[in-house]
Design a protein around this ligand. Structure first.
Ligand code: PLP
Length: 365
């Protein structure tokens, strides 16, 4: 028998979350963002749940090929555009739409031979200061693209730095509107946090929204709001089983560094899950975990292949009992990935993307 650890991908939950994006941004078309192998879910495994989207947005050309390989004939957008001139050949061949964020990408397009002009998304830098043209250069870039026979439609996009936080997006929306007011073309501004928090505003949802993390059931502005607040369902469950039980006397310890000390006699479960499975090593005593769908806590340090849990709240549990590290338990109880991430000082995004290749993944309903 293999190690009992397993990740489940919930197809129905992906579809549900995507519908939530549509409700929050009525009338906008929806890109399902599937970069980073669909946030660690696997593009092929997530596809059935996300195929109700209007298009797929990603970064990697090999991932774009995989989406086409699944038979998807609708829009596919390379969010960062191409990385070198010959990538444009694949864009022509697979009919990929691509972002244009720098002068070099325009030079490459101008030199590209294609019988079918490309749809491009010209990116404006409205304050994130990673990719895109500032206001004046944006208009010059637009005029240059507009004059190229290689370019068909030009859409306009920007990306928010603070949609999940206190600073918000008003300053970026204003900068985008000021620079694009008199330009034709479809617009795309909103990531998950902007969809959920500001999607009612037509200027924010615009023509296309780009939800990533919300589709995967993690709250983009946790802990201000949790996934339940936004009516999102977990799309990835990491489950394993107890492989041993220890009875500790008061004063005894568990795990490397003896970081946990029993204050009274207690039962400790040993779980087949460690940091080599993608569970964060920095999660210390007290990180929430479900045993047989009942909430308890981790104890001591996470090791490579194992971690320990408090069986106090689950006295009936023994070897073979189900353990849910995040997501949905067999009895339907939910442990939000965001809570585990917070205990590890990170985000649901990182935990999903860091699921280790050694963990077998199965698609469920
Ligand atoms: C990743 C990404 C998104 C999705 O962001 P979420 O916070 O996961 O919704 C949207 N737009 C761009 C340009 C991205 O790179």
């Amino acid at each position: 028998m293999p190690r009992p650890i397993q990740a489940l991908i919930h197809t129905e939950a992906l579809a549900h979350n995507l519908r939530r994006a549509r409700q929050a941004a009525p009338d906008a078309r929806v890109w399902a963002v599937v970069k980073a192998n669909a946030y660690g879910h696997g593009i092929e495994r997530a596809f059935a749940g996300l195929r109700g989207a209007d298009g797929f947005a990603l970064l990697d050309l090999a991932e774009a090929e995989r989406v086409r390989g699944l038979g998807w004939r609708g829009p596919v957008l390379l969010l960062e555009g191409v990385f070198e001139p010959r990538d444009l050949e694949l864009c022509s061949r697979l009919d990929l739409w691509h972002g244009v964020h720098c002068v070099e990408q325009i030079d490459w397009l101008a030199a590209h031979k294609t019988h079918k002009p490309h749809r491009v998304f010209l990116k404006m830098n409205t304050g994130m200061n990673r990719l895109g043209f500032r206001a004046d250069a944006f208009r010059t870039a637009w005029a240059r693209l507009n004059a190229l026979p290689q370019v068909d439609e030009i859409s306009l996009m920007t990306h928010f730095s603070d949609a999940d936080g206190e600073r918000g997006i008003a300053h970026q929306v204003a900068a985008f509107e000021a620079a694009t007011r008199d330009l034709p073309g479809e617009r795309s501004l909103a990531n998950s946090a902007a969809v959920l928090r500001y999607g009612r505003d037509p200027a924010v949802r615009a023509d296309w929204v780009r939800p990533g993390i919300l589709a995967y059931g993690s709250s983009p502005d946790f802990p201000a709001h949790d996934a339940a607040h936004w009516h999102l369902q977990p799309t990835m469950s990491l489950r394993s089983r107890l492989i041993a039980v220890q009875a500790l006397a008061a004063g005894e310890h568990v795990g490397y560094g003896s970081r946990f000390t029993a204050e009274a006699p207690m039962r400790v479960g040993v779980v087949a899950c460690g940091y080599a499975d993608g569970y964060p090593r920095v999660c210390d005593t007290g990180t929430p975990v479900l045993v047989d769908g009942i909430r308890t806590r981790t104890l001591g340090r996470v090791s490579m292949d194992m971690l320990a849990v408090d069986l106090g709240p689950v006295p009936h549990a023994g070897v073979g009992s189900e353990v849910t590290l995040w997501g949905r338990a067999g009895n339907g109880a939910v442990l939000p990935i965001d809570e585990v991430a917070r205990a590890g000082g990170t985000l649901g995004y990182e935990l999903m993307c860091a699921l280790a290749p050694r963990v077998p993944v199965e698609v469920a309903d």
